[in-house]
Unconditional design. Structure first.
Lengths: 112, 520
């Protein structure tokens, strides 16, 4: 799994590619905790190139949601395919995040 | 009967070669039995084969022909003394029977030092073969270095699984004390670039050897060689002395490099063997953990007239994070199927915790949503590892078939009426346990008709992948349910068998759990 990182309008946009599962999720976690360490509180995760997310991936997303809540930050997601969206939905995780319809909206929502 | 040849390169000295093996490839590649260092020769140019009637030659390369007595060789041909083979620009002349083996000639080097060096290396090879553990091997390597090269201090650094180079063995001349340090720059140069180093002063780094002893000890002479095998550098050996006591030479460095390369292979082999032994211990422990985990699952329920239960749990690794449980309290049956996020030992430990929590929280007199709330608060408390548990749990009335159930972020339940098609009962969706500390859970209610079955499962079923990366999915689950065998036991085993057939031996990525409850 590769993860692209770009900053736009004071928002960090992370674009992981491939599967976020028990083997790859630690890399996403590393990116997110490094970003937090550098003071990024507004984060967008671009799911448009994510094929699958497992419960290990959800754990990473949970830590992102908790960090955003504890630090008055923002965590906005967009671009989920049906399968990925269903995993979030099944676990009741959609309620934890702001879900944006597209990239521009996501950045705008995170920048607020 | 050996074959004696005279190799005549276009530019270069002719030399004689005796072929001993019965089947030899002639070519440019280094692994050929007879190597011809000629760019116009193919990597595998021709083949020499010994038959009962003598030696035969066969062309192997279609691009670069082999000529026999100036004619292209188009089929295997028997060789006779006097034949002239031509491969590329190299001529190979077939001679008669080999001359008697020449007496062993010692390689000649400047003042015969190469011979001594070979002897030392031979001895080291033999000695290395006797070491059985990594520490004893490293000590042995340093001991050999000391006896041959007489440094004052020596150190072996090995690469850890994390990638850092750590001291693995040190040795000092008797009477010397203090830590042996090596400069980071020297390490980078030698281990990083795989280059040996011979340094004649202390300018490299003040931490070269001993934190402050360097000033007192003055200029030092240092030799360092990488420990490298075919997979790259695995570490390095560094020897040093006060320059006034001993100054290393290029010859010393050459010898150290040879010693290091002899040692490297052995280091790798022993490291692999120790790793395998450690893995065996771990596997034994995991097997014990697996047995314990399985023993925590409820025993099959004795046959009853009012309910039938069947379950399967297949851990992905030896231990996993799935669990199921059920028990009868009065006229109702408590049940749970849950999946602790993550796999392996950590998830399995928490599986045991979650199961105990559910047993402690769930009992008569407490509403199901209160059970869910307590369970959730316990798991959410101090949840620094972001652990969460998806679960489907509740009660089944044995008298009426009424089901009260909570869906805490879990895969949908399935109800199969007798002879009917499977369908998903409407159950309010709640968040997984441990995620939101003060979450208000909502329970769902429906009646399981007589002869109906309630099936609960974990995502290990629907997310099971085959070698092509496809997932089993809900549609295949529906098909498996439609083709089920009778009874709850038949149901869970049909689905498990369908998953097995689908993944077709691909290693399981997640636990597979199925629980079926049936009102006869």
């Amino acid at each position: 799994m590769t993860i692209h990182e770009v900053e736009e309008a004071g928002v960090l946009v992370l674009s992981p590619q491939g599967r976020i599962d028990s083997t790859t999720s630690s890399r996403l976690e590393q990116h997110l905790s490094t970003a937090a360490g550098q003071g990024h509180r507004r984060v967008v995760v671009d799911f448009s190139q994510v094929d699958y997310i497992s419960s290990a991936g959800l754990r990473v997303m949970l830590s992102l949601a908790k960090r955003a809540r504890d630090q008055q930050g923002r965590a906005v997601l967009f671009g989920m395919n049906d399968g990925v969206r269903q995993v979030f939905e099944l676990a009741g995780f959609l309620a934890l995040f702001t879900i944006a319809p597209a990239r521009a909206d996501a950045i705008q929502l995170a920048a607020v | 009967m050996a074959l004696r040849l005279r190799i005549e390169p276009e530019n270069g000295r002719p030399q004689e070669h005796v072929v001993e093996a019965a089947d030899v490839v002639v070519g440019r590649q280094a692994t050929a039995g007879l190597v011809l260092e000629d760019p116009s020769v193919s990597r595998q140019h021709a083949r020499l084969v010994r038959h009962a009637d003598g030696w035969w030659v066969e062309a192997l390369s279609s691009t670069n022909p082999t000529h026999l007595n100036l004619a292209p060789l188009d089929k295997p041909t028997r060789l006779v003394p006097g034949d002239l083979l031509k491969m590329g620009t190299t001529q190979v002349r077939v001679l008669g029977a080999p001359a008697p083996a020449p007496a062993q000639v010692m390689p000649v080097g400047a003042d015969g030092r190469d011979a001594a060096r070979l002897e030392i290396l031979n001895e080291v090879h033999r000695a290395l073969a006797t070491a059985i553990s990594l520490p004893s091997l490293l000590d042995l390597i340093l001991e050999r270095c000391f006896s041959v090269l007489a440094p004052e201090e020596g150190i072996v650094l090995l690469r850890t699984p994390g990638g850092a180079l750590e001291p693995a063995a040190t040795r000092q001349l008797a009477g010397k004390t203090g830590d042996v340090f090596v400069s980071r720059r020297l390490i980078d140069e030698v281990a990083g670039k795989g280059r040996p180093a011979l340094v004649m002063d202390a300018a490299i780094d003040e931490r070269l050897l001993g934190s402050n002893s360097i000033i007192a000890s003055g200029v030092r002479s240092v030799v360092a060689a990488p420990l490298a095998d075919s997979d790259g550098p695995i570490g390095l050996i560094v020897l040093s002395s006060r320059a006034g006591v001993r100054q290393f030479t290029q010859h010393d460095l050459d010898l150290l490099v040879s010693l290091a390369s002899a040692a490297a292979l052995r280091v790798r082999n022993i490291a692999l063997a120790e790793e395998a032994a450690a893995r065996q211990v771990l596997e034994r422990e995991l097997a014990i953990a697996h047995d314990m985990q399985m023993s925590m699952l409820p025993k099959p329920m004795p046959d009853r007239a009012d309910v039938a239960v069947a379950a399967i749990l297949k851990p992905a690794r030896s231990v996993g994070g799935d669990l199921y449980d059920y028990w009868i309290e009065g006229d109702r049956l408590w049940f749970i199927v849950a999946d602790v996020a993550g796999k392996g030992v950590g998830a399995a430990l928490y599986m045991a915790v979650a199961k105990a929590l559910f047993r402690a929280c769930a009992h008569g007199g407490v509403s199901l949503v209160e059970v869910a709330g307590r369970l959730n608060r316990e798991i959410a408390r101090d949840n620094e590892t972001m652990l969460f548990v998806t679960a489907m749990f509740g009660t089944l009335s044995l008298a009426t078939g009424e089901v009260e159930i909570v869906d805490a972020g879990h895969n949908p339940a399935v109800v199969i009426a007798r002879g009917g098609l499977p369908h998903q009962p409407a159950i309010p969706k709640s968040v997984a346990l441990g995620v939101v500390e003060d979450f208000e859970f909502t329970a769902g209610h429906f009646r399981l008709p007589s002869g109906g079955t309630l099936l609960l499962y974990t995502d290990g079923v629907t997310d099971a992948r085959n070698a092509a990366g496809e997932m089993f999915g809900v549609d295949r689950l529906q098909t498996a349910l439609a083709n089920r065998s009778n009874g709850p036991a038949g149901l869970v085993s049909s689905v498990a068998a369908a998953v097995d057939a689908f993944v077709a031996g691909a290693p399981p990525e997640d636990d597979v759990t199925l629980l079926a409850l049936c009102i006869p």
